[in-house]
Structures are given as C-alpha cells and as structure tokens.
Design a protein around this ligand. Structure first.
Ligand SMILES: *Cc1c(COP(=O)(O)O)cnc(C)c1O
Length: 370
C-alpha cells in the first residue's frame, strides 16, 4: 500500500518554467527579477509595505532581532512550545529566551502568562503562530505597548492565517516566515521578514547583504550577514505565490475531511481547536490523546507507521531540551505536548487517504490500552 508522508510539497504551477528561466538567463545568484517579484507578491498577500527575502526562516528571525536592536543580556519572551529556531535566534544575539507556558489546545503563548515574566531586561515578545493557528495578538500587542516591548511574530508555519480577519505578519513590529520544503508554501529553503516600518526595512536589507552601504559599493558601516535568497529560490516562491489561495483552500478541505472522519473517536482524541477569532491554515493537523502519556502516544505512532502512515510528535517544549533545560512550571505545555501527534497534512492527500488514516488510528486506539 502507498506510504503516506506527513508533508509533501506541491510544485504543479510555473516552478519549473521560472527556474529554467533563471538558468537560461544565468541569473542564478542573489540578484534578479524573481527576488523583487517574490518580495512584492508576498508583501501584497500579507497586506504590508515591505517584505525582505532571506535564505531560510531561521536567518529571517535572527535578521529581524538584529534589526530590532536586540543586545547581549536582553530578554525576550517566547512560548516554550515552538520549533527550536525561535529560541536559537534569540541566543545568536547573546540574549536570553524566557520561556512562557502556552494555552491549552492551540499551544500558543498564553497572554495571561506574559506579565509575570517581564523584568527590567525584557525587550520583546515573539509569539509563534504554531501549526498554523494564530496567537491571540490583541492581548499580546497591548502588553507590549504597556511595557514598551517589540513584538516579532514567528509566522513560519502560518502564511495566510488570520487573527480577527487580519492576516498574521501584520501585527508585530516585524514578522518572519519560512519556506522550508514542508511549510505552507516553499522555496526549498527560504525565509521572509515583513514590516510596515520603512526604517526597519532599510536596516533589514542592510544587514542581510553583509552590511554594505546601498549607495557606496564595498563600504560597510556595520557588521552584517550574508542572509540573501537566490533568484532560483525566489523563482520557485513566485510560482508558489500564484497558487497560495488554492493551497489554503485545499488545506482547509483536508482539515474538514479529518474533522468528519475522526468525529467518532473524540471520546479518546481531542481534535485541533480553532478559536472563534481565528482562521487557522492547518500547517499540521494535530490530534491529542485524552488519556495516557508519551509512551502511549509513541505506541499509536508506531502502529500507524506499520500501516504505512508517517506521523510526527508535536514539538518537545524548549524547557525539556538540553540547551534550554529548566525546571520551571509549564503544566499546560507538559500535558499537551506529550500527547500530541501531527497527522499527514499536505495538498497531495485525497479523501481516501484521510479515511485510511482515520481507520488505522481507530484500530490503533482500540488495541493500545496503556
Ligand atoms: C520552520 C520554522 C522556523 C525556521 O525556519 P527554517 O526555514 O527551517 O529555518 C522557525 N520557526 C518556526 C516556528 C518554524 O516552524
């Protein structure tokens, strides 16, 4: 039987044509028409003034923190449940990621938990729109305003998601996205920073290109980085942007298929929540076991694997990983993360695949009683 992967990119638009154009024209490095076109298309999609492309989502985060002026000794609040790049980017600046517990269900940073972590060293907050569900931006922005903090949205998993009808990537002082192969849209490896602040945009461009003065070649007023995207990556990205609305519609449909197929199992499973103010883009469709812990979760994943279905555990919270290990109390993260499973979520899935996954899950749950 066909093996079902967790994530597969869909490259059925003009990706090939645009990449061949790069090769035929010899514009394969980090100059070229596709970079500008991709940046403009992405800015327009989000509804922001500026989009600055980078070579991946992690460098987008680091670049944003550099441009925001983060310094050694500073502190930044981040959710403990995230992909590790969020925490690492803070460390690259010599600053400290301060871990905050999350809300049940979405596992997004809990706005009610922010204030008690703020100290005289706190400079900013990085809400992560985890697995495609937006964080609760209203309270986060209000808290940031009260304490004079920057907000950097990590929207790596949430292109097109909306908070109260407005797209993510437009709330914070700046926001970052990833175009890794398993994200909502891809450039192979790639990233983007979005902002409405023209001064910040100029800084982002300066630091992205080794810090070279845009008006004076080989004059470097600051120490920058080479975080540029290539024209080839941007060519793929532009083709992906031409189909992004379809990509979002297909993901929504897949989530609906799962909701329907898994409805009979909700005495044992919790299905992904969508807050009343949220439009999730379902980067990953997650399920959570009501009973048992990590060992039962892993046994369920093993049973699915034996039936040719790949799944992944939801991210380990940062506070259990060696570089960020700490014994603070994160009761919600501890409970939810160890019971969560990413089911296959990508545009190449058919309704039959989803039904097959639901059947396999039903069998696994009936056999595994730990
Ligand atoms: C994927 C991801 C990143 C990093 O993106 P890369 O392109 O893989 O470097 C950062 N934050 C989150 C939440 C992610 O999921």
């Amino acid at each position: 039987m066909k093996r079902i992967s967790v994530a597969v990119p869909k490259l059925s638009g003009k990706e090939r044509e645009y990449v061949m154009d790069c090769i035929d024209s010899t514009w394969i490095s980090s100059n070229g028409k596709y970079i500008t076109a991709f940046e403009e298309s992405f800015a327009q999609f989000c509804g922001v003034k500026h989009a600055i492309a980078t070579n991946n989502g992690t460098t987008a985060l680091h670049l944003a923190l550099v441009a925001l002026g983060l310094q050694p000794g500073d502190e930044v609040l981040i959710p403990t449940v995230t992909y590790i790049a969020t925490a690492n980017a803070v460390r690259y600046c010599g600053a400290t990621p301060v871990l905050v517990d999350v809300s049940p269900g979405t596992m997004n940073i809990d706005p009610a938990n922010l204030a008690r972590h703020i100290t005289s060293k706190t400079k900013g907050i990085i809400p992560v729109h985890l697995y495609g569900h937006p964080a609760e931006m209203a309270t986060i922005m209000e808290c940031a305003k009260t304490h004079d903090l920057f907000v950097l949205e990590d929207a790596a998993e949430a292109h097109g998601a909306e908070f109260m009808g407005k797209k993510v990537g437009t709330f914070g002082h700046c926001s970052t996205f990833s175009f890794f192969g398993n994200k909502i849209i891809t450039t192979g490896e790639g990233g983007m920073v979005t902002t409405d602040d023209s001064e910040l945009a100029a800084k982002l461009r300066l630091y992205r290109g080794q810090g070279m003065d845009p008006k004076r070649r080989y004059w470097f007023p600051v120490i920058g980085y080479n975080y540029r995207m290539t024209n080839i990556q941007a060519a793929i990205g532009l083709a992906q942007m031409e189909n992004i609305d379809q990509a979002l519609a297909e993901r929504k449909l897949i989530a609906e298929w799962y909701n329907e197929a898994l409805a009979p199992l909700t005495d044992q499973l919790i299905l992904p929540a969508q807050a009343s103010w949220a439009k999730s883009v379902y980067w990953m469709y997650n399920i959570f076991l009501r009973d048992g812990g990590e060992s039962k979760r892993d046994a369920v994943m093993q049973a699915l694997d034996e039936k040719g279905i790949e799944t992944r555990p939801v991210f380990y919270p940062m506070h259990v990983l060696p570089p960020y290990k700490q014994t603070g109390a994160f009761p919600v993260a501890d409970l939810w993360a160890q019971r969560g499973i990413n089911l296959p979520t990508h545009q190449m899935l058919s309704k039959e695949d989803v039904v097959r996954i639901a059947d396999a899950l039903s069998t696994a749950l009936s056999l595994i009683k730990l």
